[in-house]
Design a binder for this molecule. Structure first.
Ligand code: FES
Length: 118
């Protein structure tokens, strides 16, 4: 189903991304190199809010444990454990597991940004 995000292309000019809620889903949406990206706000690792993360190239870096996901494809790109020595307490070997990030298809209607949720 396609929804109007309520955003226009120029709403994404001065910020790296915005968090919006559509149909009870929190979504991060932004624009990089003239391409709009959108992904689920929930980190597939342990559920942190990815809108609190930072962009590093084409990756969103989760603020919680530093896992990185490609903002366009959603692929898990890096599971580096940069916080492990000081903050991680692994419960078991499954603790490190993460899936890819859910991304959404974007459509443009002139300047309006539309999103397909399924
Ligand atoms: S919750 Fe995002 S990296 Fe762990």
């Amino acid at each position: 189903m396609i929804f109007d995000t309520g955003l226009k292309l120029n709403d994404l000019e001065l910020v790296p991304f915005k968090k919006i809620t559509i149909d009870k889903q929190d979504i991060v949406i932004g624009k990089k190199n003239n391409h709009v990206f959108a992904f689920n706000n929930t980190c597939p690792h342990k559920g942190a809010s990815l809108s609190k993360g930072i962009l590093d190239g084409d990756n969103i870096v989760c603020y919680m444990h530093g896992y990185e996901y490609d903002i366009f494809t959603g692929k898990l790109k890096n599971m580096k454990s940069w916080k492990k020595d000081t903050t991680w307490i692994e419960q078991n070997s499954q603790w490190r597991y993460s899936d890819d990030l859910k991304t959404y298809k974007i459509y443009l209607d002139n300047e309006k940004i539309l999103i397909e949720l399924n």
